[in-house]
Design a protein around this ligand. Sequence first.
Ligand code: CA
Ligand code: CA
Length: 494
Amino acid sequence: MKTTKLILLALMASPVTLSLISVSLSAKNIYVAPTGNDKATGTIDAPLATLPAAYKKVVSGDTVYFRGGTYKVTDEQVMKQESLYAYVFAIEKAGTAKKRTCFMGYPGERPVFDFSALQLDGAHRFAGFYLGANYLHLRNFDIVGLPVRIKGHTQSECVSARKGSYCIVENIAMHDNMAIGYYQTTGSNNLIVNCDAYNNYDDYSEGTYGGNVDGFGCHVGKTTETGNVFRNCRAWRNSDDGFDLINCAAPVEFDHCWAFYNGYRPTSDPKNTTTFQSAGDGNGFKAGGWGMGSGTTKCPAVCPSHHVHHCVAYRNKSNGIYANHHLGGNLWEQNTSAMNQRDNYNMVNRKTTSEAVDVPGYNHKLTGNVSWSPKKEHLSNCDAATSTLTNNSFGPNVITVADSHFVSTDPSHLFAPRDTEGNLPDLDFLVAKRGSALANSGMGWLWMEDEDTGVAAPVVKPDGAARIYDLKGHKVSRARKGLYIINGKLTILR
Ligand code: CA
Ligand code: CA
């Protein structure tokens, strides 16, 4: 009798609270496995087989977990076609600031999405994972084999961020595709962290030049699309550039990113450091610009100032760190650029939005940067009158950098495997040796103390374990007699 009264009281007193609780509790886990079945229920013991089947069950804030193994993606799985694009996995169910909608490799396992079988009609660009909503989170899987099936000017994109803000793309490896790794055209405050893009080369369209395949690109069109950050990401052996910000209207941050061996075709050994077959542009960090076409560019009235810091550009085909005919100055801090096959730092700017003339880069700020052994210049095309150079190895107090300045000059360190959380081991490649002139001057890239990627590891709740909450929504570890919400359902414990 007492219990019945409690139910009535609870239902009468706070229907709003109850419904809010049931919404927040409705976030669930859905499981997918290579051995699964799309007619299954999607629990950990009865997993589905494909992402599109799981997606049908997803509501805002849910998490889809992929068990380890390879997922062969077929034409039948393509979720959306819109004009030129085939959005293979079109993810359009937004999460919230408190609970993102998540698509994740199961902790400790590493799923691989193999898109190589995709064909369609030969007239579509492919977007592997389309981010079409706010507050999404991709984590812990590989994307391979994404094709290009169009002969003319075209591209495909592994992660295609075209309609989302506040998304996290974390610990995703995009490799051995014909596609760009991460490609963003709209959205603000996205975090791309602990991701790798390598061995990506389009050998099909435009005469096998591979001139569109960058590792990472951000090209937002609005000045308000700020707050996009790339952190601890690596790009190598992409046939065009490592990181590219052409046509990007809002400032972007590159923090602790590595760009090496870009501008070349892939090799069968992804750790090859000796074979170089030329492909596309091959800049490590291409920060800005709107091209050098005649006529007026789309550069906004206030040109964005990108921030590139604690990054390493190593032996790219062209410039290591490059302003790309930008229409304003960028902030370049504590980077190390070495062995690039043109200039280690090339600050060239376009004269004005209407005058397609290269001029020495104006209004750049360079602080704490190191240049070692470029093929051509340490620093080129930098206007000393308007740019600020402080404490760089190339000026104003020049240090002649030698390999003896560094803890390690062995580039195999750059390929260090990530741990299961996506973190890299402490790298000492091109880190200034203690006591060296570089270290004494505080120049060059470093790990920060207690470096934080800004992303908390998710907690997996197996479906078997009961989740018990009291009527105020507080989690209860051990319930006594009374009224509780257990696994989302109002339940009486007698
Ligand atoms: Ca290009
Ligand atoms: Ca490019």
